[in-house]
Design a protein around this ligand. Sequence first.
Ligand SMILES: Nc1ncnc2c1ncn2[C@@H]1O[C@H](COP(=O)(O)OP(=O)(O)OP(=O)(O)O)[C@@H](O)[C@H]1O
Ligand SMILES: [Mg+2]
Length: 237
Amino acid sequence: MSEPFLIGDAMTGGYGKGPDILHECTIAVDKGQIAVIVGPNGAGKSTAMKAVFGMLNVRSGAVRLGGEDITNLSPQARVGKGMAFVPQTHNIFTGMTVEENLEMGAFLRRDDISHTMEQVYDLFPILKDKRYQMAGELSGGQRQQVAVGRALMTRPQVLMLDEPTAGVSPIVMDELFDRIIEVARTGISILMVEQNARQALEIADKGYVLVQGRNRFTDTGQVLLNDPEVRKSFLGG
Ligand SMILES: Nc1ncnc2c1ncn2[C@@H]1O[C@H](COP(=O)(O)OP(=O)(O)OP(=O)(O)O)[C@@H](O)[C@H]1O
Ligand SMILES: [Mg+2]
């Protein structure tokens, strides 16, 4: 049995010299699949994402990508290995145009980026219309599209999204989820944190419920949605 394409395996760690926030926390995603992390505020969801991306010292445990141990690689080196991360906040350059944001996403590439940019514009047509507009002037949903588009400019194998639908309307959320499914169908693995737990688990191949930095429930999205305890405690009944 081979292990998932990307795995943060039994990660324990915290910020600086502070206490551990994660306690043997395991998060994984397979090729072309969607894995969703849910849980209450402060559960350590963002911290788990940062740990997988190399922004946190993992005191024990490991991160492996395609079987390779990348635990000691910097975030930039992980981008070089095919990982892209859209953080929960400050995920676009508001003082730059939409197109400049996309160009910034490709800063590590030395090849022609125009084809990838067209793919991003095909995925999010509104960004093409607004490509010369300042990203800071866009709506919340459009900004999130810029953030996802910028991440896609690196042509990642894994796309990590921390609350991509934060602050957007239900309709915009549905549209964003549809686009995320489209991205996954191209073979890119999606690892995302979501506050809209029910809707996110609907599209999840795998779901992780974190509580106080620990794995509380792990199963397919469908099983979690149908689990009475998960429903009662984490999905509002
Ligand atoms: N930069 C930081 N330095 C120190 N402690 C932090 C830092 N960021 C988060 N924490 C702490 O880590 C714990 C988990 O926070 P985290 O942001 O990972 O939770 P979360 O599950 O993403 O919450 P939310 O749903 O509100 O986004 C919290 O107790 C928080 O105070
Ligand atoms: Mg968070």
